[in-house]
Design a protein around this ligand. Structure first.
Ligand code: NAD
Length: 300
């Protein structure tokens, strides 16, 4: 298949590489030149714009930071037309960014009006999952579009869920990430408490992993430096899933809660923690660096 891939960041780059490896003809675009170059070295074709990448494509996959970027790409920005108005063909549109369900529904409805099929297909599994091709895809949109996209998504992921109609993928993803934010901050809190009271963080992690506190952060994403080889914590929290993006997702959970009159006290607490952490200069570090918020001042 001819695939256009837009957004080659921490997640997009390894996802696009897996599409190349699966034998697809992949044309890429990102605002950052070095990101395009890295993909070219892996066998992808470069394009000078998103529109150029998507022209003639069977499928467009986008992996952008937030809703504003996704709306800009498909609906247009600053007077320039988006892909929905710029393209002659009707490629299947798959957005894997994490954005507000209402934004996904807005783009999906505009796409449908113009004869496109748009799926919101956010992912879970982190950069490790993106590299390994073992992501979970959580897809919202029409069943026919889901069936069409599934073989392609299987080249990048292991578990492919049809969550429901347009926006449902984003709702499920936001619930998941609210839980992840709570679990990561709770894990960091427990580790800091144990270490302050004389525990070795590796020993404590192993105990909690095998006990009732076990969770995804402890199993594969330990926030304490040096405990887990390959985790962001063991490479100065570089790369991975940025604090700013977690703060964004917890903000999306908060908006979803407001709109549905839901109560999310734990999610709100986590949002405040990650927003504070970001405000203190850690927005571009991996979100597991929330551990440093609990360690601040421990030597004083
Ligand atoms: P990132 O910031 O590393 O990458 C985003 C990329 O998009 C950057 O390379 C940026 O230059 C590019 N970009 C921005 N605007 C663009 C435009 N108009 N045209 C072309 N390229 C553009 O982010 P990421 O970690 O790859 O995350 C992408 C999305 O996936 C986010 O919505 C995030 O919440 C979600 N997500 C991330 C992870 C993770 O572990 N990093 C996991 C699951 C979901």
């Amino acid at each position: 298949m001819n695939i256009a891939f837009i957004g080659l960041g921490n997640m997009g780059a390894p996802m696009a590489i897996n599409l190349v490896k699966a034998g697809h003809d992949v044309t890429v675009f990102d605002l950052v030149e070095s990101a395009i170059q890295s993909l070219e070295a892996e066998g992808a074709r470069r394009a000078a714009s998103a529109e150029a990448a998507a022209t003639g494509a069977d499928v467009v996959v986008s992996m952008l930071p937030a809703g504003a970027h996704v709306k800009g790409l498909y609906l247009g920005r600053d007077g320039a037309p988006g892909l929905l108005d710029a393209l002659d063909g009707k490629p299947l549109l798959v957005d894997s960014s994490t954005i507000a369900p209402d934004d996904a529904r807005l783009v999906g409805a505009a796409a449908a009006e113009r004869g496109f099929t748009y799926l919101d297909a956010p992912v879970s599994g982190g950069v490790g999952g993106a590299k390994a091709g073992s992501l979970t895809f959580i897809v919202g949109g029409e069943a026919a579009g889901f069936d069409q996209a599934k073989p392609l998504l299987e080249a990048m992921g292991k578990n492919i869920f049809h969550a429901g109609e347009a926006g449902a993928g984003q709702v499920a993803k936001i619930c998941n990430n609210m839980l992840l934010g709570i679990l990561m901050s709770g894990t960091a809190e427990a580790l800091a408490l144990g270490v302050k009271n004389g525990m070795d963080p590796a020993v404590l992690s192993e105990i909690m992993k095998q006990s009732s506190g076990g969770n995804w952060a402890l199993n594969g994403y330990n926030p304490w430096p040096g405990v887990m080889e390959g985790a962001a914590a063991s490479r100065d929290y570089q790369g991975g899933f940025l604090t700013d993006l977690m703060a964004k997702d917890l903000g999306l959970a908060w908006e979803l809660a407001l709109g549905s009159k839901s109560t999310v006290p734990m999610g709100s607490q986590a949002r405040n923690l990650f927003a504070l952490h970001s405000a203190q200069g850690s927005g571009q570090l991996d979100f597991s660096s929330i551990q440093t918020l609990y360690r601040a001042g421990e030597d004083t």
